[in-house]
Design a protein around this ligand. Structure first.
Ligand SMILES: [Zn+2]
Length: 315
């Protein structure tokens, strides 16, 4: 398989730039996402400033813009409401989820220990490499698996596994393995290696431990990364603005009944249902699940696919 590394890397750079569009701050480390098959091994880094390990967020997308979903904060989200309303009105085939996708992602700070060669072009000087601190971002299922691995370690009484996973240089690494299951469907597996290993290893134990501790204490607050921990006025406004955009985008459209008759959408038109084709301007388009549905592989096409979340769950 030929991989266009330049396109891939440019896209990931775009992701990491736009990832922070809500706060306007530059991300302190590159974002790494398991977008290819292979084993990614890393040391997860405990966030001393917030006393957490990872976070999970939900964002809407409008083109390249990423907009915080208020459900991230346990609040009703006007953008989700608008998307649902328009989907109920126009039907699933109208492709509102394609135009305005919603994605749920976990992330943490980590030090890369092994990267599949499918991830980056080895010649690219900008590509994250072994030993680098990164913001590791992943699907929701991986977030849950990592949380379970940590919770299980915490249950082992008298064990040092818990701190060894994330707070000590000599400890344990996590491997995220993306591979293919039945029907070529990608599967993500999170495994904790119980063979103790040094994360930073120059041969000088005391110096390596000190360096690791210094990294931990100097990490920025994870709660300030990508989205703030509480919704700001800007975030509320962003979700409201997206709700308006969604409604306006579809308000001027028309629906086409299966017999081809055009009907303008009216506010009180709740009768429209069934097999509806939405039109934008004069262009009629039917949006249906792509042929690859159920074969979520986390590639760029998945990132821009409106069925991404449900496909991932079905994969
Ligand atoms: Zn939302």
């Amino acid at each position: 398989m030929k991989i266009n590394f330049d396109a891939l890397y440019n896209r990931m750079n775009e992701d990491s730039k736009s990832a922070n569009s809500n706060s306007g701050n530059k991300l302190p480390y590159p974002v790494v996402y398991p977008h290819a098959d292979g084993k990614l091994t890393f040391k997860i880094l405990y966030n001393c400033k917030n006393e957490i390990v990872q976070r999970i967020i939900k964002r809407h997308e409008n083109g390249k813009e990423k907009i915080a979903c208020l459900e991230t904060y346990g609040l009703d989200c006007p953008a989700c409401k608008a998307i649902k309303e328009m989907t109920d009105l126009l039907g699933k085939d109208a492709g509102i989820w394609r135009k305005f996708p919603t994605k749920e992602r976990g992330f943490c700070f980590a030090i890369l220990k092994d990267i599949p060669d499918t991830y980056y072009d080895a010649n690219s000087k900008d590509a994250p490499k072994v030993g680098d601190i990164v913001i590791l971002m992943y699907p929701k299922s991986v977030y849950t698996d990592i949380a379970n691995v940590i919770a299980d370690a915490g249950k082992t009484e008298g064990s040092d596994v818990f701190t060894g996973i994330m707070a000590k240089n000599m400890g344990f690494l996590i491997t995220l393995d993306r591979k293919r299951g039945t029907n070529n469907i990608p599967k993500y597996e999170v495994k904790l290696s119980l063979r103790e290993k040094k994360c930073i290893d120059t041969g000088d134990d005391a110096a390596d431990d000190a360096k690791f501790d210094e990294i931990l204490s100097n990490l920025p607050a994870l709660n300030d990364i990508i989205l703030p921990v509480s919704p700001t006025e800007e975030i509320h406004n962003g979700a409201k603005a997206l709700a308006d955009t969604v409604r306006q985008f579809y308000a001027n459209g028309a629906v086409v009944q299966p017999n081809g008759a055009n009907i303008n959408i009216e506010k009180d038109n709740n009768m429209i249902s069934g097999n509806i084709v939405a039109t934008t301007g004069s262009v009629s388009k039917t949006v249906k699940q792509p042929d690859c549905y159920g074969n979520h592989d986390g590639s760029s096409k998945c990132d821009s696919c409106p069925f991404e979340t449900e496909c991932f769950n079905a994969s």
